[in-house]
Ligand binder design. Structure first.
Ligand code: COI
Length: 357
């Protein structure tokens, strides 16, 4: 092992790499991790010296508050390699800002910008051999923060750990996605934590999603908890509806994640002359559009999912199939434009690419 000290960061390199054991042709999402991880503890009211160490298990007391009260937030971002071997992140500033909004909502301390970016870049650079070039391949980067104080009183922790781990991935959804529109369960509520990437938001979806999966649907499109009449998001993705030639997506709110891919899709669509409406969308509007033939597409947008076409939705026991527009669909066209920017294959007029040096 060799040790490197940068200004703030202590790096302990892994003695050997696990890379040779990885089959990149057959990657299950999020099951394989690179050689290193970043960590930084918050103790006595201060973030301590950050470090990068070999990826592996870490001791933690069973009384750590995260295990009892779910004081945990995370982010999802990706690193890409172009054909020359240069590595890029996509809009990491957005993830940095959002994890700190999530931290604030869960009464967790915000993480300092210079620690985040130095840790992120050093880690991705150290493990860059794990990134395969080629559209569709990427390194999923998972920053997260957890409450580690060993106290089970129900109160915010006094100590935290901020970490970043990395996992080489291929697309999250293989093929098209079928969804169920929620009528009973809710993902989030006014005044709640729906806009934050709080770990508990995801745990709470697992049971209703399991019921949906038993009926043949991969995901649920959540509706507003008050009336179940407005379409919101799909939990791992924001959702877009195309009626005739207009793309519609719900406005962000307390209840909806302000997705980085969502805002990039809106911008790319506008750049390409597509009419975009950001407004509340009634379930009945989509059902009616499906019945009168004006509903052309539904797709999800998220970091893991990129842009995933939705081929059918079920509402009140009726299944609505959506015709496949293939490469002519907005989903396919916007996905290609997004991937080309991410992989340094096209102009990046909004400066979304962030070179990792
Ligand atoms: C992401 O797209 O990064 C997400 O957060 C989805 C994840 C839960 C797989």
């Amino acid at each position: 092992m060799s040790n490197i000290h940068t200004s703030n960061l202590h790096v302990e390199k892994a003695a050997s790499s696990k890379l040779k054991d990885v089959n990149f042709e057959n990657l299950a999402f999020g099951k394989t991790f690179t050689d290193h991880m970043f960590m930084c503890d918050f103790v006595d009211g201060e973030w301590q010296q950050p470090k990068i160490v070999p990826y592996g298990a870490m001791p933690m007391e069973p009384s750590a508050r995260v295990f009892h009260y779910g004081q945990a937030v995370f982010e999802g971002m990706k690193a890409y390699k172009d054909e020359h071997g240069d590595v890029f992140l996509f809009r990491p500033e957005e993830n940095f800002e959002r994890i700190n909004k999530s931290c604030a909502r869960l009464a967790m301390p915000e993480f300092p910008r210079e620690f985040f970016f130095e840790g992120l870049e050093t880690l991705v650079n150290l493990d860059k051999d794990w990134i395969q070039s080629g559209v569709g391949n990427s390194l999923y980067v998972r920053p997260f923060a957890i409450a580690i104080e060993p106290v089970i009183a129900a109160a915010p922790s006094q100590s935290y750990r901020f970490m970043i781990i990395c996992s080489p991935v291929s697309p999250y959804y293989k093929g098209k996605v079928r969804v169920l529109i929620a009528e009973h369960f809710s993902r989030s509520a006014d005044g709640g934590v729906g806009y934050a990437k709080a770990a508990g938001n995801y745990a709470a979806q697992f049971y209703p999603t399991k019921l949906a999966q038993e009926k043949g649907y991969q995901q649920i499109i959540w509706t507003d908890s008050n009336t179940h009449t407005l379409l919101e998001e799909a939990g791992t993705m924001n959702v877009f509806f195309r009626i005739n030639d207009t793309l519609i997506t719900a406005p962000t709110s307390d209840r909806i994640l302000d997705g980085v891919t969502r805002k990039s899709v809106i911008q790319l669509a506008q750049d390409n002359g597509i009419d975009v409406e950001v407004r509340p969308i009634k379930v009945h509007e989509i059902v009616e559009a499906s019945e009168n033939g004006t509903l052309k597409e539904i797709f999800g947008a998220g970091t893991a999912a990129v842009i995933s076409e939705i081929s059918a939705f079920e509402y009140r026991d009726k299944v609505h199939e959506i015709a496949d527009l293939g490469q002519n669909g907005y989903a396919a066209q916007l996905k290609q434009k997004m991937l080309h920017i991410q992989h340094n294959l096209s102009e990046d007029k909004h400066n979304w690419r962030y070179p990792v040096k």
